[in-house]
Design a protein around this ligand. Sequence first.
Ligand SMILES: *Cc1c(COP(=O)(O)O)cnc(C)c1O
Length: 361
Amino acid sequence: MGEIKPQPGIMEIELYQGGKSAVEGVTNVVKLSSNENPFGPSPAAQEAVRRVLHEMHRYPVTDHAALRHAIAEVHGLDARRIICGVGSDEIIHFLCQAYAGPGDEVIHTEHGFGMYKISARAAGATPVEVPEKERVTDIDAILAAATERTRLVFLANPNNPTGTMIGLAEIERLAEELPDGAILVLDGAYAEFVEGYDGGAALVETRGDVVMTRTFSKLYGLGGMRVGWGYGPQQIIDVLNRIRGPFNLSAPALAAAEASIRDSEFVEKCRSENARLRTWLAEALMEHGVPSDTSCANFILARFADAEEAEACDLYLQKQGLIVRRVGTYKLPAALRISIGDEASCRRVAHAVGLFKAGAR
Ligand SMILES: *Cc1c(COP(=O)(O)O)cnc(C)c1O
């Protein structure tokens, strides 16, 4: 029998590594490695899931109408142009599958989210990495890299794992100057953490080539439920719906997401607590000689002298039961990404970093 081979590109995929959640031999760990909500899911979401459990034998709805209308209402959008996916990862995947193939290029930034490369390769397309300017998206570098083969440009704003963001005027210029035939994808996984930022929704309204993706995994605390969504021109959303599995989202996931997005009190509390503790943690780390860029998300990218120091600090934190994220695979070997936890966790991690900087190992 001959060798059975997968499609081109598949074997070049490097497996995605999620944040660690345990340390051998250490109990009472605090997980600050996956940008999860330290306050857990909204109580309304938990109640909504309980209410649908007795219906587990039923297939879920295929059109996600209730959730799409809830999203549309809260954000002032057109429900017909919303598509829901198994995390926003699935929307990213749909976009690559539908619009990029062998010979096509998919642009992502230097320290950009790992899923862009994976989904591009899974579709047989070529990921193209564009440099950032001191950990900030560089529009001119993206424009310089764009060609007639560019089909998708993925831009997380705020970005992960840097936490930095660029202004809407710059994004508008990027959309305006990209070659025809390229779709600009604004990944708004952390948009909820930015007061007054629409994630680029208004830009979607005025153009035919911009798609916004959003998630329930971060601010809404539903990472385990796997719900994300996309907003775009009708033509693109119709294309994505053709390749979407009819029952991609489970009934509990849909119920949890709908309840969460309507729980404005919970949303407001999480947003303001995150902002308060983020400032506190950044200042505390700075006092210990660990700088970071101003973060617009629910984590801080802490910078160390070099890769060796970052690794040593990570190992020390692990011994203290504190799990943060190494970001060497994001080309940031001298940094550690620390998710904003609750107040006690922030204090614990700041204290431990201080001890490490004072020589503890
Ligand atoms: C966490 C994250 C996502 C969202 O992932 P889900 O699949 O919705 O859980 C998307 N983009 C970025 C940049 C992220 O950090």
